[in-house]
Design a protein around this ligand. Structure first.
Ligand code: AVJ
Length: 337
């Protein structure tokens, strides 16, 4: 047993079950109250994090393979085409903090090129995270892997974990334009939360969907096969399970449209006819056409996103887009330009 080695340099024989740090998930009650209050409010709303139960994660995986849903493949094409110049902006031998890691596939493509020493998966779904960690450990035995189960949509504090490896600069990775789910104000506070963990060499690597023609972006959220519609309706099943409600998903129509004023895709579920729903001990009437807001997905211009990064205290900014300018990958650090 080599306990005097720093946390991140333990060799293979001391790492068996993925190490998980459970942080702040015990406020399950708060999560349920947030879900209930959103559904009882007018207009009704559900936070997008509730999409991702097992069925929701599977449907999201299917969405990423759709011809209409360009963000995932376009981001990966930028990574593949610009791997070297992007990696050149990242500190070697760093700690890779994979926010909302999901299956971790995008991050694993970077562990080699960025010469990562430590992988930290951060996700709300503990089971999903365990699987991702064991796959990453198997594929990268030389990389120390651990998980943090937390809701990073709220201010988070990873300093104690990062200080296990004081000489390994942090690289925060937030792909897929998940930042788009936050209002610009909330995006600013998340970016600031990350910024507070960055000193000299630390970096943020983030994927952002960019403003484009309305037909293309609306098709990506309302695909011909109806996979996104199923993903959207599935959240009503999550509500039924978590809140003992009796939503009938088929009584709600999927709506997705681009709100140009707010520069965001809006996803709604519209009641196809007036009906009552039991939500725990509450009853909620939905009039015909009344909607539940289930997701906003904000779209930025490179200039607008750089301005947001600057407002959050970042510098050393660089970004890469695909040839059509549909998606952007940004790297930013603590220093002033
Ligand atoms: C995972 C939040 C990036 O907004 O594009 C996909 C989720 N919603 N299709 C997005 C989503 C509808 C996706 N993010």
């Amino acid at each position: 047993m080599n306990s005097n080695k720093p946390e991140c340099e333990r060799d293979a024989e001391t790492i068996r079950a993925p190490r998980l740090i459970i942080d702040a998930v015990d406020d399950h009650g708060a999560q349920l109250a947030e879900l209930r209050d959103g559904l009882l409010s007018r207009p009704a709303r559900i936070a997008p994090k509730f999409f991702y139960d097992e069925q929701g994660c599977a449907l999201y995986g299917a969405i990423c393979a759709l011809s209409e849903y360009y963000p995932t493949r376009t981001e990966i094409q930028i990574y593949e085409r610009c791997r070297r110049p992007i990696a050149a902006q990242l500190p070697p031998d760093g700690q890779w903090i994979d926010l909302g890691c999901g299956d971790g596939a995008k991050a694993r493509d970077w562990l080699g090129p960025a010469r990562v020493r430590r992988y930290i998966g951060v996700d709300f779904a503990a089971d999903w995270l365990k699987t991702t960690l064991s796959i990453t450990e198997q594929q990268f035995p030389g990389v120390d892997c651990l998980g943090v189960v937390t809701d990073f949509t709220r201010p988070f504090h990873l300093h104690p974990v990062l200080n296990d490896c004081p000489d390994a600069p942090p690289i925060f990775f937030y792909p897929g334009s998940s930042i788009g789910n936050f209002t610009p104000e909330d995006a600013l506070s998340l970016l600031r939360s990350i910024r507070n963990h960055l000193d000299g060499d630390g970096r943020l690597l983030i994927g952002v969907d960019l403003v484009k023609d309305t037909a293309t972006v609306e098709a990506a959220y309302d695909d011909a096969l109806g996979v996104t519609a199923a993903f959207n309706r599935n959240v009503l099943r999550v509500a039924n399970r978590l809140l003992d409600a009796d939503f009938e998903p088929h009584r709600f129509d999927h709506r997705a449209f681009f709100n140009a004023t707010e520069s965001r895709i809006e996803m709604h579920l519209a009641a196809s006819q007036g009906h009552d729903v039991r939500i725990g001990e509450h009853r909620r009437r939905f009039e015909a056409g009344e909607t539940i807001v289930t997701e906003y997905s904000y779209k930025y211009t490179p200039e607008r996103f750089c301005a947001l990064l600057a407002e959050a205290g970042y510098g050393n900014m660089h970004y890469w887009t695909d040839e059509r300018g549909w998606f952007g990958v940004f790297v930013a650090g603590a220093g002033s330009d």
